[in-house]
Design a protein. Structure first.
Length: 452
């Protein structure tokens, strides 16, 4: 087996600029995700427009979903330099517009621009990991990227709240621009040296747009309890399934062994984790009577422990098979969700802290394992398309994780059942997704090619 790169080698032999640049990109993604959540109450108080509150988040996510597959194909066809510069500039422009937004509707539109840039630039940056680093170094790069979430996870919400109450919420957007420029300056020269594949077929814009429309219809149908729900869900499923068939690697919807199974695994793992993560604060505050501060600690533990699991996985991957690691990570996630269900049923609150710390460890083991199967199955010419497939699966799971759990809670309330009943349904769906990921693990096999 190939000797793994040492940690310091990620910052040597011409890789230093790219490693630091990609880490900054990941750091900015984490900061943007966590800080915006923290400052949104201040934004609503200043701008009003409560009816557009959800669109500020949804617009960003759907734009990123559309641009990820387009950016991946563009990086393969043209080389990564030009797409990275274009999408990074779009992200900077969107961030400036967010900070200048005079109203909530315009902020939502600015977030669409920001999301398009973020989704495209992030996909191109991750594709470079496949093209620049040998197989023996990719696991450690992914571990570094997971570690980039630790500081934002611990301090991001507090940082956003501090800016919102002192300089103003607009500076939460303006303050990340210098780091974005530094990330571009570090990574772009390395990207310029990477040639284009130039052989892949162009991805018609129809399919990413149809995917976004399908996801929007599906989530809307899941969120509403009216006569429109069933038609929206049916249309959403049809549009989403049809679009995914043209965007994802062939066989992904059937979890064919190799990269297609890796894409499906990414979807299931995120669906399980997010499907529980979104509703743990509601369970702790609404059912167990705990404070929001206590609930937030549980979520923070899951963020930090993900990095712990990923660090261990980056060392274990050289001696343990992908199948075994995926089973281990999925099994830990199953036990963790069972711990959350036990807490819902009345077990000591401490169980939830232990369980969600374990959930982060499980994700840190299973998630990068599936990601590496996708990366290592792809030829260098297909790196952008491979990474964009992972991004599509992940963002789809993020969208559906909250929607499916929300249906359970809404149905419980509509039927005059308890909140605990609805949450039990949400956690049950998350548990099924985690169990399905374990069943899928044997398909995580990588076609053997000469080592890089």
């Amino acid at each position: 087996m190939e000797t793994p790169l040492r940690w310091r080698e990620l910052f040597q032999e011409g890789r230093a600029r790219l490693t630091i640049g990609i880490l900054l990109v990941e750091f900015l993604v984490a900061v943007e995700s966590l800080v915006v959540i923290a400052i949104m109450p201040a934004i609503r108080s200043d701008l009003g427009g409560l009816e557009f509150y959800g669109l500020v988040f949804a617009g960003f996510s759907l734009a990123a979903l559309v641009l990820s597959p387009i950016a991946g194909r563009a990086a393969d066809r043209r080389g990564p330099a030009q797409p990275f510069l274009l999408f990074s500039s779009l992200f900077v422009a969107g961030t400036v517009l967010c900070g200048l937004a005079p109203s909530m509707p315009l902020l939502a539109l600015a977030r669409v621009t920001q999301g398009a840039g973020a989704g495209g630039a992030y996909t191109v940056a991750l594709a470079a990991v496949t093209r620049v680093y040998p197989e023996s170094g990719r696991a450690r790069v992914l571990a570094l990227l997971a570690g980039a979430w630790i500081v934002p996870g611990l301090l991001g919400p507090s940082y956003g709240a501090l800016l919102a109450t002192t300089l103003g919420w607009r500076w939460a957007f303006f303050s990340i621009i210098p780091l974005t420029v530094i990330a571009i300056a570090l990574a772009w020269p390395v990207f310029r040296a990477l040639p284009a594949a130039g052989q892949l077929s162009r991805l018609a814009i129809r399919w990413p747009l149809q995917l976004a429309a399908g996801v929007a219809a599906l989530v809307s149908g899941l969120s509403l309890l009216s006569w429109l729900s069933l038609p929206l869900v049916v249309v959403g499923v049809w549009l989403t399934g049809s679009a995914l068939g043209h965007i994802l690697p062939a066989g992904s919807l059937r979890a064919r062994p190799g990269a297609p199974a890796g894409v499906t695994m990414i979807f299931l793992l995120n669906l399980a984790f997010i499907g529980a993560d979104y509703f743990i604060p509601l369970m702790l505050t609404g059912v167990r009577g705990r404070s929001l501060a206590e609930a937030s600690v549980v979520i923070t533990l899951g963020t930090v422990s993900w990095s712990v699991g990923n660090w261990w996985q980056s060392r274990a991957i050289v001696r343990v098979s992908s199948v075994a690691l995926a089973r281990l990570g999925g099994g830990i996630l199953v036990i963790a969700i069972l711990g959350i269900i036990a807490t819902l049923a009345g077990a000591p609150i401490a169980i939830s802290y232990i369980a969600w710390f374990a959930a982060g460890v499980g994700m840190g083991i299973a998630y990068p394992t599936a990601y590496l199967v996708i990366m290592n199955s792809a030829a260098a010419a297909d790196a952008g398309s491979a990474v964009s497939s992972e991004q599509v699966a992940e963002r789809l799971a993020l969208a559906l994780g909250g929607g499916l759990g929300g249906v359970c809670v809404a149905l419980a309330l509509a039927l005059h059942a308890s909140l605990a009943t609805g949450l039990a349904g949400a956690f049950g769906l998350a548990l099924l997704a985690a169990l399905a990921s374990i069943a899928l693990a044997p398909r995580l096999t990588v076609p053997r090619r000469p080592l890089v």
